[in-house]
Design a protein around this ligand. Structure first.
Ligand code: SD4
Length: 347
């Protein structure tokens, strides 16, 4: 485990102020203070791992350790994604995820490299490691996406153990929610260490991007999606170009937040397209967030959407609609920092 961690607040965007506020567990780290522009973590010539939310720090560590041990980029992003998938205290990804409104935990995941390799599953059930099933789709089928019953059957055929993902805690939260059955997405629920059982609906994800020292890229994205969603709902996360996109010679992007708002604009593909056209990762994330805000107007009031981007030179971008989106960056030395993304709106 990496011991050097810091969170630097880098609030900015339209009229917001810059600030540097160390997180509780963080030790401040010289040389990474926000300078009113893009995040200053850069991989230089080394490996970089980037992931959504503060819980991405542990995932980054696992991914980086895998690379250090000689694993491939796909091994690394898979290993990283498996950390929150197995975490019983994380109700947004994998085991113990909050269920759909009928009480079924359903998982969405995608994995992608920069050589056209893509595998994804959507509405997968009874399987902890959706990201590993997605990788099997990529490596052992002629397809890119399996859904629902077919995805679950494929997981069994591939030897993934059948396991109920609904924990007593998640079930309790669902029963509380049933009392009102009110659907109201809540921004940044991932950052709450204590959740109100049955409170407003959560939406959560981990998206990871990794770059090797020679500038190759891969990414992964896995989630239990929007809590108490309609049965059969699939978010942005497993959809290539929405929740994740990686392109050789350019870079990659991943998204978090209310998936419908990302899917509508093929958000991650759009971030990468901006980078291909010459934007920095930061400029590209900002362009897409602004596009969503312009397109949707009042419809996205109170809604969180965030993007991370990493280019093949190791430059990082992060931007979101609302304050509170955090992300984790591991640089070439293996040091992990947790940072706060700048946002378009103040609240
Ligand atoms: C979804 N985008 O299913 C995912 C959830 C998420 O932060 O990212 N929440 O809509």
């Amino acid at each position: 485990m990496n011991t050097r961690r810091s969170l630097l607040a880098a609030l900015g965007g339209l009229g917001a102020i810059n600030l540097a506020a160390p997180f509780a567990r963080a030790a401040s780290r010289p040389g990474t203070r926000d300078q009113g522009g893009s995040p200053r973590i850069r991989g230089g010539s080394g490996a970089v791992v980037l992931s959504t939310w503060d819980f991405g720090a542990a995932a980054n560590d696992a991914a980086f350790a895998k690379m250090r041990a000689g694993g491939s980029l796909l091994d690394a992003v898979e290993a990283g994604a498996m950390v929150p998938e197995a975490d019983p205290n994380n109700h947004s990804v994998g085991y113990s995820g909050y269920p759909d409104r009928d009480g079924h935990v359903t998982l969405d995941a995608v994995i992608m490299d920069d050589a056209g390799g893509v595998g994804a599953v959507a509405a997968l059930e009874d399987t902890v490691h959706a990201i590993s099933v997605a990788r099997r789709v990529m490596e052992r089928t002629p397809h890119t996406l399996l859904v629902g019953e077919g995805a679950t059957r494929f997981a069994r055929d591939q030897g993934f153990p059948q396991q109920s993902l609904l924990t007593p805690e998640s079930q309790k939260a669902w029963r509380e929610w049933l009392k009102t059955s009110k659907y109201q997405p809540e921004a940044n629920s991932e950052n709450r260490s204590t959740r109100t059982p049955g409170g407003a609906l959560d939406h959560d994800t981990i998206g990871l991007l990794a770059r090797s020292a020679d500038g190759r890229m891969a990414g992964a994205c896995t989630t239990s999606g929007m809590a108490f969603k309609m049965r059969g709902r699939v978010g942005d996360s497993p959809q290539v170009g929405s929740g994740l996109y990686v392109e050789a010679g350019v870079g990659g992007a991943t998204s978090t937040g209310l998936g419908e708002e990302v899917t509508r604009v093929a958000g991650s593909a759009r971030v990468v397209a901006s980078m291909r056209a010459g934007a920095t990762p930061q400029q590209a994330c900002e362009e897409v967030v602004r596009h969503i805000a312009t397109l949707r107007g009042a419809a996205i009031r109170g809604v969180q959407v965030g993007f991370l981007a990493l280019d093949t030179n190791g430059n990082v971008g992060a931007y979101c609609l609302l304050p509170g989106f955090t992300y984790a960056v591991t640089d070439a030395s293996g040091a992990t920092s947790v940072l706060k993304a700048r946002s378009l709106f103040k609240a």
